[in-house]
Design a binder for this molecule. Structure first.
Ligand SMILES: *Cc1c(COP(=O)(O)O)cnc(C)c1O
Length: 392
């Protein structure tokens, strides 16, 4: 008999679409995959070189559980430089990816009876990580008209004596929207008043367009910082998804507990990948800017094309590499009644993989990743247009 908690969770739905698309591809079908959640760029050369050097130098043994000092120092420099946040090494934990850092947080903070506020559309792992720790996710809807930000009045209504934390993600996967300073201030004020922790997933920080600026909620004040755990990593900023390096920065006591948890599960993140991460953080950053510019070009093209498809409307996202078009007007035609039906139709009929909004707790939308070439975007969008026009 499997443990009770395993009955509450499901495999990541984004990975499910991805694997069906890959299945069709393996059969020789020419699938355009808009389901991907990782940069299509190669890891920059100087980062790879640092890892090769680490191997050759024999840097291939266990390291301290929470990461090597050199990497923690590079992370501290980054947080101060980019976010205006001052931390000590005791405030930092390096994990095997940001997802792992988030899981360590869930283990350290959540338990039976706790409620955790998660604005929808949400990243798929948040609710399941809460459930795996026997706590209750409280899904709070956001609105397209308010750029999918958590509204302070709606937040207030959802807080109970059991509420333990809020999980924020800006720039957001799946919507691509970012929180304004004002919205963050309003949320932070409520969080402080009710003594809630704020978990701030900032993994898409480097992918922001139109001159907008990323603000870490922890930077609002010392009080807010003391209740916030910032999560970030190299996967999206430096095209390093496979290296598995992410980190958390927060109050010492929490980081210490998370480190103990990590010591009893995975131990240190890969030694070689840690050296690569040091090179990524301390080396030249023009590679990051090049990728950002390319994403911005694709976004502009994709969103313009999406809006020219009858029944589809897409607000211009400000960050990450996803468009989150509203497809409500298409639903109801030809027995296509949900974003899942539409995703299946597009994959099987038009050979285009998108992720249904329902996977992120938001019916009436689909997520389209533009972490793929201009050529693929152009081909995929034409197929979507044709398939949608055939629906009556
Ligand atoms: C990709 C992603 C992560 C996980 O990143 P890793 O560092 O590769 O584990 C975390 N949060 C969001 C919102 C993501 O999209």
């Amino acid at each position: 008999m499997l443990a009770e908690r395993t009955k509450k969770i499901k495999p990541s739905p984004t990975l499910a679409v991805d694997s069906r698309a890959k299945e069709l591809k393996a059969k020789g079908m020419d699938v355009v995959n808009f389901g991907v959640g990782e940069p299509d760029f190669d890891t920059p050369e100087h980062i790879k070189e640092a890892a090769i050097k680490a191997i050759k130098d024999g840097f291939t043994k266990y390291t301290p559980v929470g990461g090597i000092d050199e990497l923690k120092e590079a992370i501290i420099e980054k947080l101060e430089r980019d976010n205006g946040l001052k931390y000590e090494k005791a405030n930092i934990l390096v994990s095997s990816g940001a997802k792992h850092s988030l899981y360590n947080i869930a283990q350290a903070l959540f338990g039976p009876g706790d409620e955790v506020i998660i604005p929808a559309p949400y990243w798929v792992s948040y609710p399941d990580q809460v459930l795996l720790n026997d706590a209750q996710p409280v899904i709070v809807e956001t609105r397209e008209e308010y750029d999918f930000m958590l509204h302070p009045e709606v937040l207030k209504e959802k807080i109970t004596s059991r509420t333990k934390a809020i999980i924020l993600n800006s720039p957001s996967n799946p919507t691509g929207f970012i929180y304004t300073k004002k919205a963050l201030e309003q949320i932070a004020e409520i969080a402080l008043k009710h003594n809630l922790y704020i978990i701030s997933d900032e993994i898409y920080e480097k992918l922001i367009y139109d001159g907008e600026k990323h603000i870490s909620i922890a930077s609002l004040s010392e009080e807010v910082k003391n209740k916030t755990i910032v999560v970030n990593g190299l996967s999206k900023s430096h095209a390093m998804t496979g290296w598995r390096i992410g980190y958390a920065a927060g109050p010492q006591e929490i980081i210490k507990t998370m480190t103990t948890i990590q010591s009893q599960s995975t131990s240190n993140p890969t030694s070689i990948a840690q050296k690569a991460a040091v090179a990524a953080l301390r080396g030249p950053q023009d590679c990051v800017e090049q990728m950002r510019l390319e994403f911005e070009k694709r976004r502009d093209y994709l969103v313009k094309e999406l809006n020219s498809i009858p029944g589809v409307s897409c607000k211009m996202p400000k960050g990450a590499f996803y468009a989150f078009p509203n497809v409500e007007k298409i639903l109801g035609k030809n027995g296509i009644n949900s974003s899942m039906d539409l995703s299946i139709y597009l994959l099987e009929k038009a050979l285009v993989a998108v992720v249904p909004g329902s996977a992120f707790g938001a019916e009436g939308y689909v997520r389209i990743s533009y972490a793929t070439s201009m050529e693929n975007i152009s081909k995929g969008i034409n197929r979507i247009r044709k398939a949608v026009e055939e629906l009556r």
